[in-house]
Design a binder for this molecule. Structure first.
Ligand code: NQM
Length: 297
């Protein structure tokens, strides 16, 4: 399978996702996905750590249709740096069915933040993965977190389990709701009572407004489908914190080109981690609506 084109641009998503067996409830939100380009219109950042093929809004909406979702939250991916134009374009062409999370230069002005809000942005992302970003200045991020409070936004934080302890004072100081991407990337092979999951639960217990995305079995479970370790580790999180969990495809799965995830298969994990219709509705509809479309929730 060749996932690199003649220009060295990588495709990390399958062109043939299966149709899931699970039918999401009406109004379901894919609360973590990205758009890449199109590059001719929205060039990648000179600091990008990966160079993907185009994965624009049309492809995103076609996938959404196939998977049975109604809305998306587009999260600015590191390959676009702090220029949110591609994300804003995805939102703009969605007819109100997308909102977004931006990555901003800490020197951004209040007027620029207002423009992002008008464009459908409802949060900022702080990325701490060294393979994705050159630096993550906590003091400047905290300043941004204070400045977005007036807009009613939240902060999305992406880090891996090995730095959870050192992240705690920073996370505690954030004055707005906090969403942790992919549960802080635990080793799910340890199971629900292992050090990574119990450490993460302690973080969730530390304040009532820390949410998390119960996402990415493909990244977190090296055994692959049916992602049994992911399911047994994550189901207790959904059951213990049913009002603070979000779900997303993570399409177009940046950096996952070695084993392309099947998006339909990812959707079929949902009823295994959220086993009742009530939990599924909270995870896929009520929770993301509260965070991203509060005026409708
Ligand atoms: O899609 C994700 O959540 C994870 C990513 C990519 C990413 O976050 C980014 O490019 O900003 C990863 O682990 O490579």
């Amino acid at each position: 399978m060749n996932t690199t084109d003649a220009d060295g641009r990588i495709r990390s998503w399958t062109l043939e996702p299966s149709t899931p067996r699970f039918t999401p409830p009406p109004g379901a939100v894919d609360a973590h996905c990205h758009v890449f380009g199109p590059q001719a219109q929205f060039p990648f950042s000179p600091k990008a750590k990966y160079l993907p093929q185009d994965a624009g809004p049309d492809a995103l909406f076609a996938l959404r249709e196939r998977l049975g979702f109604a809305r998306n939250v587009i999260v600015q991916a590191s390959c676009h740096g702090t220029d949110n134009a591609a994300t804003l374009n995805g939102i703009a062409v969605s007819g109100g069915t997308c909102r977004g999370v931006a990555v901003v230069d800490p020197a951004i002005s209040d007027a620029e933040l207002d423009a992002l809000h008008a464009g459908g942005i409802r949060g900022v992302r702080f990325n701490f993965l060294k393979r994705l970003v050159d630096d993550a200045p906590k003091d400047k991020f905290l300043d941004v977190a204070h400045r977005i409070a007036r807009l009613g936004w939240h902060v999305v934080v992406y880090f891996e389990a090995d730095i959870l302890d050192e992240m705690k004072p920073f996370l505690a100081a954030i004055p707005v709701p906090v969403v942790i991407d992919h549960m802080g990337r635990p080793d799910v092979r340890q199971g629900p009572d292992g050090a990574d999951m119990t450490g993460f639960r302690a973080l969730l217990d530390s304040r009532a407004d820390i949410w998390t995305k119960v996402t990415c079995p493909d990244r977190l479970d090296p055994a692959g489908p049916p992602y049994a370790d992911f399911v047994r580790s994550v189901r207790p999180i959904v059951e213990a914190y049913p009002d603070r969990v979000l779900w997303g495809t993570d399409w177009p799965h940046p950096n996952m080109e070695k084993v392309l995830p099947d998006d339909g298969g990812l959707v079929d994990v949902i009823p295994q981690i959220a086993v009742t219709a009530e939990l599924q509705h909270k995870l896929l509809v009520a929770n993301p609506m509260r965070l991203y479309w509060p005026e409708e929730a």
